[in-house]
Design a protein around this ligand. Structure first.
Ligand code: NAP
Length: 647
């Protein structure tokens, strides 16, 4: 993690041989953000010519390279870039000049293809060029120095670390309670073979802790885990974390207006602590869900859930089953196929796969070199990735109510389906048996789409691999019995069957005002106002809460940062107004969720007859955010106090 705001690599002489290397580096570079970075560092806005502006046509199955710039525009851009790189070298190691707002706006307009001005503050927040825009503009010492006020954050994953950072900046006393022995949440827990990001890496980082040297386009689990580890160290969060400690219960005490939390400590003992506000950052995807298959406890071989991989598991020469074909299975199967003697993949529904040829690729050496050489290039590259994915494939998954074709929800969705299908046909040519099984019968976007660089199909086509679509009838001591009566003898069963995603805060008995528990209040249908607040539960803030999950656009860290900043604003109000508690009003909660439900019904994942982890057991989409990033950003800037009761 670096502060990329000031240049590195300036002032070196340009040797002849080096020129060739520079040229080669520029060949590998992502050009629009490089033009932006060079305009930024040099102040030369003539680099941002109209004819070099990336057209950024809406993405389909794939994303156009270089934002869709024509080959001629790319050639001219490379020429200008080389000239400017030489200028940069000659100019020596002076810091980049300050960038006034009009220039910054011009660069943003260029690289976004003319984003609406409505986006400007959001984009400046993501760029974080001259300041950390999400930092609280207050401290507890300034606004309530005498007030006894403390916060407990539950969880030191991606959202919990962001909350801890902001609390620390505001000088609000807090402790983070983490059940694991280190930070990273899902990136700490998921250690199965092949685990890696499935959203582009640069955009999967905090705006306030950007990293310019990611090794891969979609880095592996250990890299992401180490990033969070590094953030927790650099931002001095670790002294605030109690590891190996789980919150098992939390109860709100109306009189004093505080929360009482029961902890299970590392030594097995229980402890009670109190605080004035609780921030839940417990995540959505960490309670393993085993399938409800008769006999599951009888299997005599080795079995494990993907989210609880047993370190050191040796699959060499073993007969292995993977149950499931979602995001986890999809990464596991190609990673273990060469070890197993036999591999059976039990698939209930086929996944749609987005062609992503660079899924396992390293960041090219030329790019890495330019990240070091050009001040802020990495920052503009992250910004570029963020912007490209901001709307992402949203237009392709909106339901057209008049559309009547099975397997798609609109003309655009049908076009996407055709593109994805063509890729499947290409990959399974010569294997009509596999093609039939691997072709989904539901619209693209109704379930999580996976990143495909060909390794899934290549694994399934191997002779010792079988893709089974028969229903699993039972599990026996020896293996799996399918509904056709076949018994599949196995040494190892891997359950890649997902998580109890919609059981929010399910491992904690949370009791609110009037003695009502969250379980009672929600009745298996978790909802929250803005994904954050629940009536009857004052001073409880959820991060990555109900209906804040993104599935075809954006980075989830953006949603967490928004929710954290909103939470900090609520804490400011509590402290400034000397209020004991802040509680969301029922009507705000209800109106918000009615609107979200209506919007989700208009998305592919809201289609009634498709099941997925996006829906809870009542059939309601309880996970997904159906709107733009901009919409959540606007909603989470300033709390509307008419939606709250302050006591
Ligand atoms: P998942 O997407 O919920 O997949 C579970 C799989 O198990 C599905 O294929 C499901 O089939 C199948 N299944 C469930 N019960 C079954 C049964 N009784 N018999 C046969 N099959 C059964 O879970 P996941 O793969 O762990 O992924 C969950 C989410 O975690 C992802 O969508 C993603 O957001 C996140 N994740 C991300 C990454 C990453 O790369 N960053 C990696 C892994 C996970 P049906 O589809 O028919 O229900």
């Amino acid at each position: 993690m670096h502060d990329a705001r000031h240049g590195a690599g300036c002032g070196r002489p340009v040797a002849e041989g080096d020129m060739a290397a520079l040229r080669a580096a520029v060949e590998e570079a992502e050009l629009p953000p490089l033009l932006a970075a060079l305009a930024h560092v040099s102040g030369d806005m003539s680099l941002l010519r109209d004819e070099l502006c990336p057209p950024l046509r809406p993405m389909g199955a794939t994303i156009e390279p270089q934002g869709g710039m024509s080959p001629e525009a790319q050639r001219r851009a490379r020429g200008l870039i080389l000239e400017k790189l030489l200028w940069l070298r000659e100019r020596g190691g002076e810091p980049a000049p300050g960038l006034g707002p009009p220039m910054l706006e011009k660069i943003i307009a260029f690289i976004t293809g003319g984003a609406s001005r409505e986006y400007l503050s959001l984009l400046e927040h993501e760029l974080a060029l001259d300041a950390d825009h999400g930092a609280p503009k207050w401290t507890r010492d300034e606004i309530a120095p005498q007030r006894d006020f403390s916060v407990v954050v539950i969880g030191a994953g991606a959202s919990g670390l962001a909350a801890a950072h902001r609390l620390r900046q505001a000088g609000v006393p807090f402790v983070v309670i983490e059940k694991n022995c280190d930070v990273g949440g899902t990136w700490w827990e998921n250690t199965y073979p092949g685990c890696r990001l499935d959203t582009p890496n640069y955009a999967y980082s905090y705006s306030f802790a950007q990293k310019e040297d990611w090794p891969e386009q979609f880095s592996a689990q250990s890299e992401i885990r180490d990033y969070f580890l590094d953030v927790s160290r650099r931002l001095d969060i670790r002294p605030h974390i109690r590891f190996d400690t789980a919150v098992v219960a939390a109860a709100y005490l109306e009189g004093p207006g505080c929360w009482k939390l029961r902890l299970r400590c590392a030594d097995g003992n229980e402890e009670v602590i109190t605080c004035h506000a609780v921030i839940s950052a417990v995540g959505q995807l960490n309670q393993p869900k085993f399938p409800d298959i008769p006999g599951i406890e009888r299997f005599a071989g080795v079995s494990m859930h993907s989210g609880r991989w047993r370190p050191g598991t040796d699959l060499a020469g073993k007969r292995v089953a993977v149950i499931g074909s979602g995001a986890s299975a999809y990464q596991i199967v190609p990673s273990i196929v060469s070890q197993a003697a036999g591999l059976k993949v039990f698939q209930r529904s086929a996944p749609w796969m987005l062609p992503t040829p660079n899924y396992h690729d390293a960041i090219p050496a030329g790019m890495r070199r330019l990240f070091q050489e050009v001040p802020c290039y990495a920052r503009w590259f992250r910004f570029w990735q963020f912007w490209i994915a901001a709307e992402g494939r949203m237009p392709f998954v909106r339901v057209d109510p008049a559309w009547r074709q099975d397997g798609s929800v609109s003309e655009k969705n049908a076009a996407l389906r055709a593109q994805l299908l063509a890729r499947l046909q290409e990959q399974f040519s010569g294997r009509p048996d596999l093609l039939a099984k691997a072709t989904p019968d539901y619209p693209p976007g109704a379930k999580r789409m996976l990143r495909d660089n060909g390794v899934w199909a290549a694994a399934l086509k191997q002779d010792h691999v079988e893709l089974l679509t028969e229903r699993i009838a039972a599990i026996t001591q020896k293996g799996v019995v399918t509904a056709d009566g076949r018994e599949h003898e196995l040494d190892v069963i891997i359950y890649a069957t997902g998580f109890h995603a919609s059981d929010f805060l399910g491992t904690i008995e949370v009791t609110g005002r009037g003695g009502i528990t969250l379980r009672q209040y929600w009745n298996n249908d978790a909802k929250a106002y803005l994904g954050i607040h629940i009536p009857h539960f004052p001073n409880l803030f959820c991060l990555y809460g109900p209906n804040t999950n993104l599935v075809v656009n954006g980075s989830i860290l953006f949603m967490s940062e928004c929710a954290v900043e909103y939470t900090m604003e609520c804490l400011r109000i509590l402290l400034e107004q000397g209020a004991k508690s802040l509680e969301c009003r029922q009507r705000a909660y209800q109106a918000f969720n009615e609107e979200i439900d209506a919007a989700n019904a208009g998305m592919a994942w809201g289609v009634a007859d498709v099941s997925s982890w996006y829906k809870n057991q009542k059939g309601r989409v309880s996970q997904n955010w159906p709107h733009s990033l901009l919409h959540y950003w606007k909603l989470t800037r300033t709390p509307d106090l008419s939606n709250y009761e302050l006591l």
